[in-house]
Design a protein around this ligand. Structure first.
Ligand code: DGL
Length: 269
């Protein structure tokens, strides 16, 4: 049995790399819905419909567990999917909770009441759909009190990354960080709330300054999957990975290889 990893495009590869490194014996199937990326400018209904279609494709490929390595899908569609769509013999997990647990210094599954934590001023960088869902603030409020979150919708960054235009992506990161700092001059921590953004982590850190602790999701998600699989050892396989795309496999393979600095070959989903 393989674990499915889903993103609208290339961003989830940051999560795929981290989980492969942490769990070398697990088989993965990655699906990039490149034909419909970016999701971050779409309506919640649209994101729900695209995400359920993609996850169904991963179920059909033999995945009983799928990770939405996409904050936009996790924010706009996951709860609705879990409430009324996911079959009882399958699991779909998001990428928000591991990051919020790290920020609030909690262990996996610690459901104790919200409490004060060491960071009070947090900058959230995410897609427009993730920001307007307020899912991050909702999950945070279950675990922490007294945390001031300023969210910046980073329009254009995902498109620039998917197009391979890193000069534009860097310029956009700088201008989004400037806009955030006008609202919150001294954040203590910054959350990269889109799985594409670790590809621009240096640009975020440079624009924010070294005093700001930047949280990015890949390693946190890998740790939490490792924890989950300890309780589900039947999911261990041979360490193989397949990459599928709804877009042009050649184009997506080239971009993916360029970003991840290792050969990645996508086939048609
Ligand atoms: N990588 C995604 C995320 O984490 C999707 C971005 C998009 O498609 O707009 O939100």
């Amino acid at each position: 049995m393989a674990v499915g990893i889903f993103d609208s495009g290339l961003g989830g590869l940051t999560v795929l790399s981290a989980v492969q490194k942490r769990l070398p014996e697990v088989d993965f199937v990655y699906l990039a819905d490149s034909a419909h990326a970016p999701y971050g400018v779409r309506t919640p209904d649209d994101i729900y419909n695209l995400t359920t279609a993609a996850v169904q494709r991963l179920f059909d490929a033999g995945c009983d567990l799928v990770i939405l390595a996409c904050n936009t899908a996790s924010a706009a569609a996951l709860r609705r999917m879990q409430e009324s769509w996911v079959p009882s013999d399958k699991r779909v997990l998001g990428v928000f909770v591991p990051m919020i647990e790290a920020l609030t210094e909690r262990q996996w599954g610690d459901n104790s009441p919200p409490r004060e934590v060491s960071v009070n001023h947090v900058a959230l960088f995410a897609t427009p759909a993730t920001v307007s869902s307020r899912a991050f603030q909702r999950e945070l409020a279950f675990r922490a009190i007294g945390v001031d979150v300023e969210a910046q919708a980073c329009g254009g960054v995902v498109d620039a990354i998917e197009d391979g235009d890193m000069i534009l992506a860097e310029a956009l990161v700088q201008s989004h960080v400037d806009a955030l700092k006008r609202k919150m001059p001294d954040p203590q921590a910054a959350i990269l709330g889109c799985t594409h953004y670790p590809l621009m982590q240096e640009a975020f850190q440079k624009a924010l300054g070294t005093q700001v602790k930047v949280f990015s999701q890949a390693d946190l998600v890998a740790e939490s999957l490792a924890d989950y699989l300890k309780r589900h050892p039947e999911m261990h396989g041979k360490g193989q990975a397949a990459c599928l795309t709804t877009g042009d496999p050649n184009r997506v393979s080239n971009r993916a290889t360029q970003f991840m600095r290792r050969a990645l070959t996508f086939t048609a989903a």
